[in-house]
Design a protein around this ligand. Structure first.
Ligand code: SAM
Length: 167
């Protein structure tokens, strides 16, 4: 069962502090085939439909080099989520789970993340597979999949620090 904004049996909401959204800037918009949460996949799949990520000015030059990565990590703002539940019942059966033990879109800061397969870059547009968000979802950030990325900056002492050799 996918929620719109209803409260289910045993779910608990709180009065959240006024949202300031930490000064986030939406850097683009995601186009997907889905216009209803009832149809959107719960998690994207790498053989899923081709989706488009449009990057807004002035951020387009920041795409330089992304084509080198087969997979990207995409962060997006699940803008139609409610944000006030601490206990949720994903199955709608009265059994509740803490929000932070779930990947539900309903969370105090509704950030979604997906690892996508990069199929192409056409100017300010990325073509990807693996998303699970509504058409028009705002884009917060994108970066190379961490398993593919090797830091370019020189190493720092902390890179070698373990529990055993900690100062
Ligand atoms: N892959 C992300 C993650 O794990 O962080 C998101 C997973 S979340 C379970 C995906 C669900 O969020 C979709 O099935 C849909 O019901 C809902 N959703 C997608 N886009 C949304 C949006 N823009 N606003 C609110 N809910 C959205």
């Amino acid at each position: 069962m996918v929620r719109e904004n209803e409260i289910r049996e045993n779910e608990v909401s709180v009065d959240p502090p006024a949202a300031t959204d930490a000064g986030l800037v939406f850097i683009g918009r995601i186009s997907t085939p889905w216009t209803s949460r009832m149809e959107t996949p719960r998690q994207g799949r790498h053989d899923g439909p081709l989706c488009r990520i449009e990057i807004f000015e002035p951020w387009i030059p920041a795409l330089k080099g992304v084509e080198a990565f087969e997979r990207l990590e995409i962060l997006y703002w699940l803008h139609r989520s409610r944000r006030d539940l601490v206990l949720q019942s994903p199955a709608g059966n009265g059994k509740v789970h803490g929000t932070f033990s779930l990947r539900s879109p309903v969370r105090p800061n509704p950030i979604g993340t997906s690892i996508v397969t990069l199929e192409g870059v056409e100017g300010d547009i990325l073509l990807v597979r693996g998303l699970d968000c509504l058409d028009g979802t705002p884009l917060i950030d994108l970066k190379p999949d961490r398993t593919l990325f090797k830091p370019i900056a020189p190493p720092q002492p902390g890179d070698y620090q373990t529990d055993e050799n900690a100062p």
